[in-house]
Design a protein around this ligand. Structure first.
Ligand code: PEP
Ligand code: MG
Length: 325
């Protein structure tokens, strides 16, 4: 079985009736690159940059960040590498920033909120990303976006940094794509508006489920409420994909759900363009994509959206795909 999967390493991810999707990898450091290549990823859909900032006593400087981003960009040989700007806060603390303790860290001062407040820190990261963009196909992604203003503000800071680099004749990709994570229900609800402001969406289901269900993603006691196939989640996902497509933008997913074999038929059927997951899941999902027709998955997704509970939706997919329960 492993042999069979390994034969798919260099194959495109395309359904029997010709719908092509991109299967990408999530990484936490450039050290993950060998696994990404071995598993045939068509790009990096999420480069979490927190590792650069954690387990140390001071902020990483521009040069150190530049080296890490450059390594990822050149290692992927021209395939897309989506670098997510800092998503610190929440459960991930940085003692040297001396942040106040919060009652609800997951609803608090984190990610883009912190970056827009501490612009020096944000600009250093953007400068490092832009400089690395000369060495491959880098895209920038902002986490935890909940308003249009946040996107505009982040983009105006990005423009400032671009102008500073240009003035010093430091090279970067001037047409670098910029997208956002859709992981807060509010941004899924205004996806039609946000789609006009960005080049792409990537749905962060880990947080989107947590916030939609009001269910801490770490709390075992209520884990039964952490429901990826809850109709509310599927409706939000559909809304985000449709909104992107109406503006001729693409929509991906980088939460755990993107590598889930039960979710895959529905996500493919809803028109998801890019699936970014742990490298070890890629070949299995590619095998699935190559084995089905997009038209059948569209039909299945439509049926799933007509059901009222996660259990019914799961049962429908398992029965139709003859997946093990
Ligand atoms: C997500 O929220 O789905 C996501 C991919 O981001 P993280 O898991 O890093 O919060
Ligand atoms: Mg998240």
């Amino acid at each position: 079985q492993k042999q069979e999967l390994l034969q798919l390493v260099n194959e495109p991810s395309i359904t029997q009736d010709g719908r092509r999707v991109e299967l990408a990898a999530n990484i936490g450091t450039p050290q993950d690159l060998p696994g990404v290549i071995q598993n045939g990823a068509e790009g990096i859909g999420l480069f979490r940059t927190e590792f650069l900032y954690m387990n140390r006593s001071a902020l990483p400087d521009e040069e150190e960040q530049f080296q890490a981003y450059k390594e990822a960009a050149s290692g992927m040989n021209g395939k897309p590498v989506i670098i997510r700007t800092l998503d610190i806060g929440g459960d991930k603390e940085l003692p040297y920033l001396n942040l106040e303790k919060e009652m609800n860290p997951f609803l608090g001062y984190r990610a883009i909120r912190l970056c827009l407040d501490q612009q020096d820190l944000f600009k250093i990261q953007l400068r490092a990303i832009l400089r690395a963009s000369k060495y491959g196909k880098i895209k920038i992604m902002y986490p935890m976006i909940s308003t249009v203003q946040e996107v505009r503000q982040a983009n105006s800071i990005l423009d400032e940094v671009k102008q500073e680099l240009a003035a010093k004749q430091i090279p970067f990709d001037p047409s670098i794509e910029v997208g956002i994570m859709v992981e807060i229900p509010a941004s899924a609800m205004i996806a039609d508006i946000l789609a006009k402001e960005v080049d792409f969406f990537s749905i962060g289901t880990n947080d989107l489920i947590q916030y939609t269900m009001a269910c801490d993603r770490m709390n075992e006691k209520i884990s039964y409420l952490y429901q990826p196939y809850h109709p509310a989640i599927l409706r939000l996902i559909k809304q985000v994909i449709d909104a992107a497509h109406r503006e001729n933008k693409w929509a991906g997913m980088c939460g755990e759900m993107a590598g889930d074999p039960i979710a895959a038929p529905i996500l493919l059927g809803l028109g998801l363009d890019e699936f970014s997951m742990s490298p070890s899941s890629i070949l299995q999902i590619r095998k699935f994509v190559k084995g089905v027709k997009y038209e059948d998955m569209k039909q299945l997704a439509l049926e799933a959206l007509g059901l009222g509970t996660q259990e019914e939706i799961k049962a429908l997919v398992q029965q139709r795909m003859r997946l093990e329960a």
